[in-house]
Design a protein around this ligand. Structure first.
Ligand SMILES: Cc1cc2nc3c(=O)[nH]c(=O)nc-3n(C[C@H](O)[C@H](O)[C@H](O)COP(=O)(O)OP(=O)(O)OC[C@H]3O[C@@H](n4cnc5c(N)ncnc54)[C@H](O)[C@@H]3O)c2cc1C
Length: 421
């Protein structure tokens, strides 16, 4: 571990959630919760390690007891959203001047990973809020927008990012929502689809085209508060996985947005969306790494207890090889995610690495969760172990923030660029 440059900057509340040292190896089932703690795969700053431990403790004490009921009801407990704000996890990277912790991108990813190990639905709520919404404000918001929104986004207001529409998913810039100038304001009209956090969000970053004749060069990002006249939030989707994370359509009918609430410059929204989703993909990679860890942690103790043919399941070499394969793929996925994060933090190119991290981590999560269900036998197929939930939750990693095919397109394009035409 590297010592923090400016000392650990965790909030007092986050400090209270610091876990005791967890990285103790054991092969006994009763010690499984200690086995679960990962060895560092790259050097973490002291403040990052503290953030990870605080998030792990919060996930265990505040989230774990409610995972199954939230999944069954398809509802996020307001207490969990409030707790994440209260403990300082919702503004990890936000500048301290705006009430955030001013920590690193990696710190945010560690929180995402630790939450996903317990509930990927809670994890993605924080991930989209932090890596996509907060960072859009931080990077392109005017001084006024930052002052008005970042303190709230750090302390009590959840954000949503509204790009997709019914007819524009992978082809995101074919969006049809329009923004017509009307005096000092814009009037937004259109429909958005699949918007995460929309049931709970207090602010929406909405992409609309202010000049359809200019094609994607008319796309502009607008800040729309919840309660804006003409903004309707539709019925929650009933989903396969991450069921507690809300996903709703939005309808915008003459939603009036002052020109001062344009995020960045008019016509630059497509660039902001591309940039922020490149970063966001590393966050989804971290979510998938946490998910795979959660699946393994939920499986290994049982394998060390249950006997068949007079032998512990974990002692069959066929099983050991499958566990070793899963653990190796998980480690590789973590390395891809952490490396992409460090590349981004150091200002170096990271787009290809971010796409690889999301692609591979989501494939790994699905494979590992599937194998875990299988290794648990019949009980793996029931809700009691919670591992079937990880299996269901894993699939979304291959769909949102760019499907696996879209990640492959990006990786292929960058390889071709490296090697010439
Ligand atoms: C639970 C959930 C939460 C979401 N949250 C948000 C959110 O908060 N904000 C937001 O804006 N959006 C959100 N989305 C939308 C998400 O980003 C899109 O669903 C995703 O980008 C895919 O778009 P689509 O569903 O329209 O699929 P399509 O684009 O129709 O793709 C269908 C299939 O075609 C393939 N395909 C498409 N184009 C190509 C190509 N060029 N080459 C090869 N294959 C291709 C895809 O890989 C996919 O397999 C969310 C979606 C879900 C399900």
């Amino acid at each position: 571990m590297i010592r923090a440059r400016a000392g650990a900057r965790l909030t007092a509340r986050a400090r209270r959630h610091l876990a005791p040292p967890l990285a103790r190896l054991s092969t006994h089932a009763e010690d499984a919760e200690y086995v679960a703690a990962p060895q560092p795969v790259s050097a973490l700053l002291e403040e990052e390690e503290m953030m990870r431990e605080a998030a792990a403790r919060f996930a265990a004490s505040e989230v774990a007891p409610h995972v199954r009921s939230m999944d069954e009801a398809g509802v996020m407990r307001p207490e969990i959203v409030a707790g994440l704000f209260e403990h300082g996890f919702m503004g990890v990277e936000v500048d301290e001047a705006y009430g955030g912790a001013g920590s690193t991108f990696t710190s945010t990813l560690l929180v995402v990973e630790e939450l996903a190990r317990v509930d990927p639905a809670v994890s993605v709520m924080l991930d989209i809020h932090s890596t996509v919404v907060n960072n859009t404000f931080s990077m392109w918001g005017s001084a006024d927008l930052k002052e008005r929104w970042l303190p709230r986004l750090s302390t009590d207001t959840l954000g949503a990012f509204c790009l997709s529409e019914t007819s524009s998913g992978s082809d995101a810039f074919a969006l049809r929502t329009t923004a017509r100038r009307d005096g000092d304001d814009y009037l937004l009209n259109g429909e958005k689809m699949w918007i995460s956090n929309s049931a709970e969000a207090g602010v929406f970053v909405v992409f609309a085209n202010a000049d359809p004749s200019a094609g994607h060069r008319g796309i502009t990002a607008f800040v729309v508060p919840r309660g804006a006249a003409g903004l309707e939030i539709g019925k929650k989707e009933d989903k396969l996985g991450i069921r507690a994370s809300s996903t709703c359509p939005l309808r915008l009918t003459d939603v009036r947005v002052p020109a001062a609430d344009v995020l960045g410059e008019v016509g630059q929204g497509y660039k902001y969306a591309i940039n922020i989703l490149n970063e966001g993909r590393i966050g989804i990679g971290a979510q998938m790494v946490g998910l795979a860890r959660g699946a393994l942690d939920g499986t290994l103790p049982y394998l060390h207890e249950r006997e068949q043919f007079g032998t512990r399941i974990a002692d069959f070499q066929g099983v050991q090889h499958q566990v070793a394969q899963a653990a190796t793929e998980l480690e590789a996925a973590r390395l891809l995610v952490y490396n992409a994060a460090r590349l981004k933090e150091s200002g170096r190119p990271f787009i290809k690495e971010a796409a690889m991290a999301k692609l591979y981590a989501s494939q790994t999560a699905e494979r590992v969760a599937s194998k875990c269900v299988e290794l648990l036998g019949g009980v793996g197929f029931t809700k009691d172990f919670g591992v079937e939930k990880f299996y269901r939750d894993a699939k979304i990693g291959q769909i949102y923030e760019g499907t696996s095919n879209i990640q492959l397109n990006t990786i292929a394009k960058m390889i071709s660029a490296d090697y010439g035409r």
